[in-house]
Design a protein around this ligand. Structure first.
Ligand SMILES: N[C@@H](CCC(=O)N[C@@H](CS)C(=O)NCC(=O)O)C(=O)O
Length: 219
């Protein structure tokens, strides 16, 4: 199997958390260099985005949530979904809320902040969405060591890159207090860097960020 990924890409990082936890034999490869990803990559990824998983039988799978479910089914030995259907629903809700209500608005805000003319109405709407999302995530976070208790779940795979982007995001928007209302979410960083799998992805993202910022400076 082959996973197209970049170290800093949050959506790719979700999948690397899962792949590393499962010790899945997946070769990690980069799409062609350049930002945005060059058009030639569309021959591999119909929407020209990463992550992309190419399975052993040659099936191309896109969308992080679909890749995650595939890996969960294909490598069941180290499960990331609980046995009980109620608990599985909670894990999935946490992962979806993190992606759609927190990560997605933050990623759009990163783009909007770099535009010369600011769309204040859209920015305010996205901040509101992010705050509601963070409030919901915060309510569900327990005392650890993982997001939903003693065992790592798919929720941790979504929360790790999402928590990572907030350090840079806080700086960009000039709001050092941004996570103060969400102390459990804020404290995820300490838990993540102590975990062998999640910290690997965290530091890959940190290295990727250093390279990205260096490239921005020299551009
Ligand atoms: N809904 C997609 C989102 C994937 C996505 O937005 N990936 C970003 C990187 S994190 C991407 O490939 N953007 C295009 C680019 O960088 O040119 C998923 O769940 O996989």
């Amino acid at each position: 199997m082959k996973l197209y990924s970049r170290p800093l890409s949050p959506y790719s990082s979700i999948i690397r958390c899962i792949a590393y936890y499962k010790q899945a034999p997946i070769k990690i490869v980069a799409p062609p260099p350049g930002f945005p990803i060059p058009e030639e990559f569309r021959a591999i990824s119909p929407f020209n985005r990463i992550p992309v998983l190419i399975t052993g039988s040659g099936l191309t799978i896109v969308e992080a949530s679909v890749i995650a479910e595939y890996l969960e089914e294909h490598f069941p030995e180290r499960p990331l979904l609980p046995v009980d259907s109620r608990d599985r629903a909670i894990v999935r809700m946490m992962a979806r809320a993190t992606e759609l209500e927190v990560l997605a608005p933050v990623m759009e805000l990163f783009e909007l902040f770099h535009l010369k003319s600011k769309d204040d109405a859209r920015i305010n709407k996205l901040f509101k969405q992010m705050e509601v999302g963070l409030t919901e995530v915060e309510k569900r976070l327990g005392q650890g060591p993982y997001a939903l208790g003693e065992e790592m779940t798919l929720a941790d795979a979504w929360l790790t890159p999402t928590r990572f982007v907030f350090n840079n995001f806080r700086d960009m928007v000039g709001r050092p207090d941004l996570l103060d209302p969400y102390p459990q979410f804020d404290a995820l960083q300490q838990r993540i860097v102590q975990d062998p799998v999640l910290s690997l992805v965290w530091y890959e993202m940190a290295d990727g960020l250093k390279i990205f910022l260096g490239e921005l400076e020299s551009a």
